[in-house]
Design a binder for this molecule. Structure first.
Ligand code: ZN
Ligand code: ZN
Length: 85
């Protein structure tokens, strides 16, 4: 319920990390936990490449690459929604 990202960040529309695109299929992933849409997306990110390449993947693509990063081979870790409560 709390909009945790609103404070301290630029509130003028750039959602940044909250909404990302699957690097493989281009699906938009809403990491807020689906506030207002009622749908939770689970995303996976490479801990190494996510900083440089925004290597984030939807759950089905993560499964396709066997949960390892197609760029560097590091195991992907799930990105849990930022707003848990
Ligand atoms: Zn995908
Ligand atoms: Zn990687």
């Amino acid at each position: 319920m709390t909009v945790g990202m609103a404070k301290g960040t630029n509130a003028m529309g750039h959602l940044g990390w909250v909404t990302v695109r699957c690097r493989i299929c281009g699906t938009w992933l809403d990491l807020t936990g689906g506030a207002g849409r009622g749908k939770k997306m689970v995303a996976y990110a490479c801990p190494r490449c996510s900083k440089t390449l925004e290597a984030v993947f939807c759950s089905s693509c993560a499964k396709k690459v066997k949960y390892s990063c197609p760029y560097c081979g590091t195991q992907l870790s799930p990105v849990t929604p930022l707003l848990e409560a």
